[in-house]
Ligand binder design. Structure first.
Ligand code: THU
Length: 139
């Protein structure tokens, strides 16, 4: 992936993080997903007083895109951290990894776990979800 594209995704994830609705955990997360068509969809975590309905930033971004007809993703940047912190490494939860499995090629999907535009870790989905269960298993 090009450096410029990585930086753009991290910046968009940082911006999306500002919209985090997290009055219970005070842990703010933002994500920016890149579609195969080259569009960027952003999302934040959205919590709920009943806790269970909480939606992670990654799934918010991916579901926004899927609900507009985009079904393939090539990268996603994630920035998390407690309210007040500029950003910390926040690797995607297991549920979000499984959702990525549905809409991404695990070998090439780039997951950018970022603290800032200059401090980030890069993983493929295959690295974070080895032996993942997907649509191919049901063929
Ligand atoms: N969270 C995310 O948005 N993404 C992750 O991958 C990890 C967790 C959110 C859910 C909840 O609102 C808060 O972070 C604390 O778990």
């Amino acid at each position: 992936m090009e450096q410029k594209q990585i930086e753009e995704l991290i910046k968009k994830a940082q911006e999306a993080r500002e919209f985090s609705y997290s009055p219970y955990s005070n842990y703010m997360v933002g994500a920016a997903a890149l579609t195969a068509e080259g569009d960027i969809y952003t999302g934040c975590n959205i919590e709920n007083a009943a806790y269970g309905p909480t939606n992670c930033a990654e799934r918010t971004a991916i579901f926004k895109a899927v609900s507009e007809g985009k079904r393939k993703f090539t990268a996603i940047a994630i920035v998390g951290g407690k309210r007040g912190s500029a950003g910390d490494y926040a690797a995607p939860c297991g549920v979000c990894r499984q959702v990525m499995m549905e809409f991404c090629d695990p070998q090439t999907m780039q997951i950018i776990v970022a603290k800032s535009v200059t401090e980030y870790k890069l993983f493929t989905l295959l690295q974070l979800l080895p032996e993942g269960f997907g649509a191919a298993n049901l063929e």
